[in-house]
Write a protein that binds this ligand. Structure first.
Ligand code: AMP
Length: 383
């Protein structure tokens, strides 16, 4: 009899489905792929069709969903609310509860739910696990999780800071401890997940104690197209003076702000190129981005008290030496010193980029959300 050691990880986004098939016996990636432009011109009609496309792709690679070696399916679910604080084996009841959380993540949870439903139709006998983006942040103390607004109103509408990118922050904080040759329990890390979406977290002895995203993934750092922190008064001003509707303001802050709003480009590579040509808008976008990042480094240093490492991850964090350099420039007083030569080296693995004399280790740690989801899934599925 073959032992089932494979886990299929499904990440159903608002307009795409990413998948990865991992063999947990040895960590090999057997297949990965992406179905894009769901519901758009030239793409598949909907998420159900996208999932069937994934199933056909896998069958075409001889790795079909009917394989006896498949142990479980792991689903990334964006919002777990206060209900889901750990990876959870999916039942009808769990699906219903994830549906109840749709108002907290109207763009994301519906896509995740469709992914779960179709995968369960295709393999009803297989354990399926929901891994929540919010779960790693469930340990936030109330002082960090609560907004200072009327308590009854907050309770009534579930308004508190949930945090996102949790699988990445969990994976990277652990991998950073490993890079330092220490146990996660012995290390305090500031994780800077800088992708198209971006968030920071403060992880104390393996436990997340603060994070930059809040009720939704809009709060915190400057992102590709999202504003990050703004005065909520901006929203009322846009409504009263600008005459914008709630939906228009939502679109403005989520899709037309951040780097894109400041300079017309949301890709840090293009911004770097344009800065090289003396483009003032690109320069401003970079400066605003870095200023916010430094603010969070300072804030989370105070939250943690003692910082052992700062870890840069995701597209920008892993690849942009200039963002890393600007983020920690002149912070020797905080014990942070970069090694400019190490920082400039392009490499793919986890590595240190701080000077030997730096009290705080500065690391580049490639994230691996799929692996983290596969690991959580396999553990729950009895692997
Ligand atoms: P992610 O969401 O983690 O896939 O990150 C995507 C973002 O990473 C892109 O929008 C780029 O801004 C950024 N990125 C990717 N490669 C590079 C690079 N070589 N240099 C600077 N930024 C990069």
């Amino acid at each position: 009899m073959t032992t089932a050691t494979r886990v299929l990880v499904l990440n159903s986004g608002s307009s795409s489905v990413k998948y990865q098939l991992v063999d947990m016996a040895d960590g090999t990636r057997l297949a990965s792929g992406l179905v894009e432009r769901i519901g758009e011109e030239g793409g598949v009609a909907d998420h159900a069709e996208a999932l069937r496309q994934v199933a056909r792709d896998l069958t075409g690679k001889g790795l079909g969903l009917d394989s006896p070696e498949l142990a479980a399916v792991g689903h990334r679910v964006v919002h777990g609310g206060t209900r889901f604080t750990e990876p959870t084996l999916i039942t009808d009841e769990v699906v219903a509860e994830i549906e109840e959380l749709v108002p907290l993540a109207p763009l994301h949870n519906p896509a995740n739910i469709t992914g779960i439903k179709v995968a369960r139709e295709l393999r009803p006998d297989l354990p399926q696990v929901a891994v929540f983006d919010t779960a790693f942040h469930a340990t936030l103390p109330e002082a960090a999780a609560r907004y200072a607004i009327d308590a009854a109103t907050a309770d009534r509408y579930g308004i508190r800071r949930y945090g996102f990118h949790g699988t990445s922050h969990a994976y990277v904080s652990r991998a950073t401890a490993a890079l330092l040759g220490k146990e996660p329990a012995d290390v305090n890390v500031i994780v800077l997940h800088l992708g198209n979406g971006a968030s920071a977290s403060a992880v104390q002895g393996g436990v997340c104690v603060d994070t930059s995203m809040g009720l939704t993934p809009l709060e915190g750092l400057v992102m590709g197209t999202r504003s990050g922190d703004i005065d909520p008064g901006v929203v009322f001003h846009l409504e009263r003076v600008g005459g914008l509707s709630a939906d228009e303001i939502d679109t403005l802050l989520n899709k037309r702000s951040g780097l894109l709003g400041l300079c017309g480009a949301n890709d840090m590579r293009e911004i770097g190129r344009r800065m090289g040509e003396g483009d003032a808008d690109a320069r401003l976008a970079f400066d605003v981005y870095v200023h916010r990042l430094r603010r969070y480094i300072g804030a989370f240093t105070a939250v943690l008290g003692r910082v052992d490492a700062i870890a840069f991850t995701a597209g920008v964090g892993e690849n942009s030496a200039s963002v890393r350099a600007a983020a920690v420039r002149d912070l020797e007083a905080l014990g942070i010193e970069l090694d400019p030569v190490h920082n400039a080296v392009r490499a793919s693995g986890a590595r240190l980029v701080s000077a030997a004399s730096s009290r705080v280790a500065v690391a580049v740690v490639p994230t691996d959300e799929e692996w983290e989801i596969a690991r959580d899934t396999y553990r729950l599925a009895g692997g």
